[in-house]
Design a protein around this ligand. Structure first.
Ligand code: 8DG
Ligand code: MN
Ligand code: MN
Length: 371
């Protein structure tokens, strides 16, 4: 029998950029299980299945209904054998034994713990694990380990940085950055991006685009901003990467995870008094401040729309935008440009809507990009 749910699911696209995904996830029980598997594959550098589980999770996140039987998933894209087995297991037992086995695995637990430190990626975590280290105190008391400045800061502010950033905290940081950029140049432009632009209640950091309409001026903006934050005594850590952006070297045909704009990865000291309703802390915190991760990126104004689209995420949404552009339109999309390989020309855009229109995609609002 054809249910209304099946009718809805026949219209689900394999591309996240053709789905509307809000922060409301009706299938958490499945998507959280998929994420554990994806992570476990990631730790073992098995890329295919890792991506497959992320894609499957993303499809389930977009559903406006809760999956209650395997039949509910029959017309959905991106669900393979393994994912269906997992769904079936969870439907039957309310949990997955495969997932539980991973969660109790020592290697998984240790890599998960180590990569939760700011500045520690899967490679470093793996190295430490192979040396027999299993806990933070193992790492911190091992004489042969030299932590870099990022990792030292990561351990120093571990508790604060691990605690989620609230919307109120993101707003307070927005005020601080807004004040700083406008003190430097009156025509500064600042936009909230990343997860908070997608309407998330909590984030692991706060992401902003800051720039100025004066082309070229953006190159010195971030150093000026961080100098000012330093003078204010709220700059706890700053990893500044100068712009390597060069329009004449584009389009770039090989895949690059990072863009070439000037950016900085910061840790700021946020005073409780600046946050409406106070800091997001569980127990009474006598310090009256917390450390927070903030990312700033500064593209030239004529690249603004591409940077905004790229930094708004989610990562899965971005991946599928690029994949859609390449496979369905013979176009190259990244944080800098949209290039039509057939016409051999760059497509101009001043807004995100322009980019969706060039791609022949219906516009998806930021809060619908939580793929
Ligand atoms: P969260 O912080 O709330 O946990 O989620 P998020 O805001 O979606 O994640 P994010 O890690 O802050 O990344 C936001 C977007 O920025 C994401 O779509 C990827 C994008 N991004 C780039 N380039 C770079 C880069 O060089 N570093 C980082 N960290 N993110 C980048 O496009
Ligand atoms: Mn973020
Ligand atoms: Mn970020």
């Amino acid at each position: 029998c054809v249910t209304s749910q099946t009718e809805i699911s026949t219209t689900v696209s394999q591309y996240a950029c053709q789905r509307r995904t809000t922060t409301e996830n009706n299938n958490k029980i499945f998507t959280e299980a998929f994420e554990v598997l994806a992570e476990s594959y990631e730790f073992n550098e098995i890329e295919g299945p890792c991506l497959a589980f992320r894609r499957a999770g993303s499809v389930l996140k977009s559903l406006t209904f809760e999956v209650r039987s395997l039949g509910d998933t029959q017309d959905l894209p991106c669900l393979g054998e393994h994912t269906k087995e997992l769904i079936e297991e969870i439907l039957r037992y309310g949990r997955s034994f495969e997932v539980e086995k991973i969660l109790s695995d020592e290697r998984y637990q240790t890599l998960k713990l180590f990569t939760s430190v700011f500045g520690v990626g899967p490679k470093t975590a793996e190295k430490w694990y192979r040396r027999g280290l299993r806990s933070f105190s193992d790492v911190l008391t091992e004489p042969s380990i030299q932590l870099n400045r990022m990792q030292q800061t990561g351990f120093l502010h571990y508790e604060d940085i691990s605690r989620a950033v609230s919307k109120a905290e993101a707003r307070a940081l927005g005020n601080i950055i807004d004040e700083a950029v406008h003190a430097i140049t009156l025509d500064a432009v600042i936009s909230l991006t990343g997860g908070f632009r997608r309407g998330k209640e909590f984030g692991h950091d706060v992401d902003f685009i800051v720039t100025t309409p004066e082309l070229g001026r953006e190159r010195s903006l971030l150093p000026d901003v961080t100098d000012r934050l330093e003078q204010q005594g709220i700059l706890l850590y700053c990893d500044y990467q100068a712009s390597t952006f060069d329009m004449s070297k584009l389009p770039c045909h090989r895949f690059e995870a990072m863009d070439h704009f000037a950016k900085c990865f910061l840790i700021l000291r946020l005073e409780a008094s600046k946050v409406e309703g106070g800091l997001n802390s569980t127990e009474e915190d006598s310090r009256g401040w917390r450390a927070v991760r903030v990312d700033l990126v500064s593209p030239p104004m004529d690249r603004y729309a591409f940077a905004l689209l790229g930094w708004t995420g989610s990562r899965q949404f971005e991946r599928d935008l690029r994949r859609f552009a390449r496979l369905e339109r013979r176009m190259l999309l990244d944080n800098h440009i949209l290039y039509d390989k057939t016409k051999k020309e760059f497509l101009a855009a001043t807004t995100e809507k322009d980019i969706f229109a060039h791609l022949g995609l219906e516009y998806i609002e930021p809060w619908q990009r939580n793929a």
